[in-house]
Design a protein around this ligand. Sequence first.
Ligand code: S3P
Length: 186
Amino acid sequence: MNPTHPIETHGRPIILIGLMGCGKTTIGKLVSKRTGMPLLDMDALIEEQVGMKISQIFAEQGEAHFRMLETALLRYLAEHPQTPPPIISTGGGVVVRPENRQLLRDLGFVVWLNVSPRSLLHRNIRSSNRPLLQTENPADTIYRLWAERGPLYKETAHRILNTSRTEVGEVCRRVCALAERFFAHR
Ligand code: S3P
């Protein structure tokens, strides 16, 4: 068994942001394994709390309602620091609301996993639980979202990792190294 490499985060989480399919959940799991920090997957937690799949929430209550649930969860995490602090995997649209961007930055160390739209399209990201990609032309949607949200990810992140061509184990190590450096100066 690989020994864990704990990171001193002073009780604060590490947070992964980026577009659908950029690897937040995969990298989150690896960072969790490496550091011993529990993984908190915001989409999964919202589904559990509401008792509905994301696709069902979008269909029955609308995207605006889902965004409200994301904000409510972030506010809860801000008011109730988790022990031990988690590695948080967010939904790709969490940065759309200005309030969320501030909440994320205040909550912990935020890393943007930036993958080019071209690389994203090579990955199999059109899952039935991604309602925003159930369109005629998912490629157009990815390019549009990347253009619209790129500046928002940049504004929210403390650090950016360009990971289009980086293998997942290496991305995990880089996230951990950046987190160590970030928290060493706090
Ligand atoms: C969304 C991304 C999804 C999920 C929801 C909306 C988005 O999460 O939160 O479908 O607006 O980009 P992933 O990024 O984990 O796929």
